[in-house]
Ligand binder design. Structure first.
Ligand code: 13P
Length: 251
């Protein structure tokens, strides 16, 4: 079901003590009547601990930042979807632009990762987004369509209900430049339309689509007020409890 979600992608930040302190602060500041689904997206090594801290807290869960495309075996340092599920994570984030650019993850590899996640009952936050060059040349619509088509549009409609899409324009990530609410809404509507073409209106209407890229308390409300923006994938601002909690309450 479509819902409002705010996920804090910590990336490669916070040691164990810092991670625990941040989650403590967020949980303390969170209003009792919170209805937004809130996700902590820590490093693998903190996943089990953070998931434990969130047990029995309504609407608060964890996600991992990636998973292996392999099921198990001789893949030193890789972390399988099964391992992640056994730490009680609810989601795995796949296709983040930093994985795509730094680790050369292709749409084809991501398709396999999506299948690994689903085989282990993990829901998927699937990231897509364009570079500045692609946007300036007008290639961004086709690019995003290709990312979705090659990695997630092979899924059945039933499986697709466990997909959350995150639109993260690369030029807005960590740059302080946010997509305007009109730019973000335009792409979110485009993504929802692609989902409708592939799976029909019911599935499209029930898919949560998040925006990511320099999302902060000061701009989140306007972004979240757009018809097709259902929440955010937050990087930098998720490392500050007050900012993160503020963003979660801006719907
Ligand atoms: P920033 O919010 O730091 O721009 O990061 C966005 C992001 O990449 C979340 O996954």
């Amino acid at each position: 079901m479509r819902k409002n979600i705010v996920a804090g992608n910590w990336k490669m930040n916070l040691n164990r003590q810092e991670a625990v302190a941040l989650v403590d602060q967020v949980l303390t500041q969170l209003p009792a009547e919170n209805i937004t689904e809130i996700l902590f997206v820590p490093s693998f090594v903190h996943l089990h601990k953070i998931a434990k801290m969130c047990t029995d807290i309504t609407n608060v869960f964890t996600a991992s930042q990636d998973c292996s495309s392999h099921e198990s075996g001789a893949f030193t340092s890789e972390v399988s979807a099964n391992m992640i599920a056994s730490c009680n994570a609810k989601y795995v984030v796949l296709g983040h632009s930093e994985r795509r650019s730094n680790f050369k993850e292709s749409n084809q590899v991501l398709k396999i990762k999506v299948e690994q996640a689903f085989a282990n009952n993990l829901a998927v936050i699937f990231c897509c987004g364009e570079t500045l060059d692609q946007r300036e040349s007008g290639a961004h619509f086709d690019w995003i369509k290709l990312q979705l088509t090659e990695s997630i549009f092979h899924l059945s409609a039933a499986d697709f209900s466990d997909i959350v899409v995150a639109y993260e324009p690369i030029w807005a990530i960590g740059t302080g430049i946010t997509a305007s609410s009109e730019q973000a809404q335009e792409i979110h509507a485009f993504i929802r339309d692609l989902i409708a073409q592939r799976y029909g209106n019911y599935v499209a209407k029930n898919t949560s689509i998040l925006y990511g890229g320099s999302c902060k308390p000061i701009n989140a409300q306007e972004l979240f007020s757009q018809q097709d923006i259902d929440g955010g994938l937050i990087g930098g601002a998720s490392l500050n409890a007050t900012d993160f909690v503020a963003i979660t309450q801006l719907f």
